[in-house]
Design a protein around this ligand. Structure first.
Ligand code: KMH
Ligand code: ZN
Length: 274
């Protein structure tokens, strides 16, 4: 089986220090969390940034500061910024980190409930985001929270807005979209094109169940504070690194070797950013 790419979603936009004091806000905290995940075995850092008070932002300058600090701490790690941002941000706001030409970035493939809010990703937005990423040579990671989002991605592909090989992140357990169950993961993965690569993300207490099943199925995995703040029931994770360590232990049991960032670039067919 292919080596396992571990993505660490270190910061998110919705989790706060009130929920877990280790959630990073400042650039220094973000770099420290990225390094903890990288040292534990993460090849990819999925990145949201905040102002120092914790307010989520998609500000290009703030992303640049975070990129520089992460690259200094872990020079070869793959940085995958969010274009999802936080609920309520405009498309223009959300697209800012793409101008920094990262190797890869998230592209959310449909609208869904998000708790009591709505995470808006209209067809026009998906096409606009995909076109901008294509024009700037940024590979999209296609975030799909339910099956219709895979169909939306495939429609964009047919229009020529996305290029082979497609890479998906199946995100299960968002409050308002598809549940984090094994049945739903198997269904989602069975709906992907054969040649696509994929990662799975389980939100909340299902994080490690989904990771384990994804590993057995030959997929890649994402863990981190954005998705889950606990190492186990009632025990807050002290860092993103300990969440990655837990996945690495599982991977050992399930006989999946861990991909380095360079190996992840080969698997995902990324051009190394200059
Ligand atoms: N913060 C969520 C509303 C992404 O990064 O592309 C959206 C999100 C998805 O986190
Ligand atoms: Zn995100």
């Amino acid at each position: 089986m292919e080596k396992l790419i571990i993505t660490a979603a270190i910061s998110g936009a919705e989790v706060t220090k009130e929920m877990n004091p280790s959630v990073p806000y400042t650039i220094e905290e973000i770099a420290k969390e990225a390094k903890s995940a990288y040292d534990a075995g993460a090849a990819v850092i999925h990145l949201h940034v905040r102002w120092d008070d914790g307010t989520p932002t998609q500000d290009k300058g703030r992303f640049k500061e975070a990129f520089d600090a992460i690259k200094e701490a872990c020079p070869d790690v793959i940085i995958l910024p969010s274009t999802g941002g936080a609920i309520g941000m405009t498309a223009e706001e959300r697209l800012q980190p793409i101008e920094l030409k990262p190797e890869i970035a998230s592209l959310d493939c449909g609208t869904c409930n998000f708790g009591d809010s709505i995470f808006v990703n209209t067809e026009d937005m998906i096409h606009t985001f995909a076109k901008k990423m294509k024009d700037l040579g940024v590979k999209p990671e296609l975030e799909c929270f339910e099956k219709g989002m895979i169909d939306n991605a495939l429609k964009s592909y047919k229009k020529g807005l996305l290029e082979d090989p497609l890479h998906f992140n199946i995100v299960l357990g968002v409050n308002g979209a598809m549940a984090a169950t094994i049945r739903d993961l198997v269904y989602m993965v069975g709906s992907l094109p054969k040649e696509a690569t994929w990662c799975a993300t389980g939100i909340g207490k299902s994080e490690f169940d989904i990771a384990a099943v994804a590993m057995v199925m030959g997929g890649h995995v994402r863990v981190g504070f954005e998705d889950n703040l606990y190492l186990e029931k009632g025990v807050l994770a002290k860092s993103n690194g300990v969440l990655v360590e837990k996945v690495v232990k599982l991977a050992g049991i399930l006989k999946r070797d861990i991909a380095t960032p360079e190996e992840a670039r080969r698997i995902l067919r990324l051009e190394k950013q200059k």
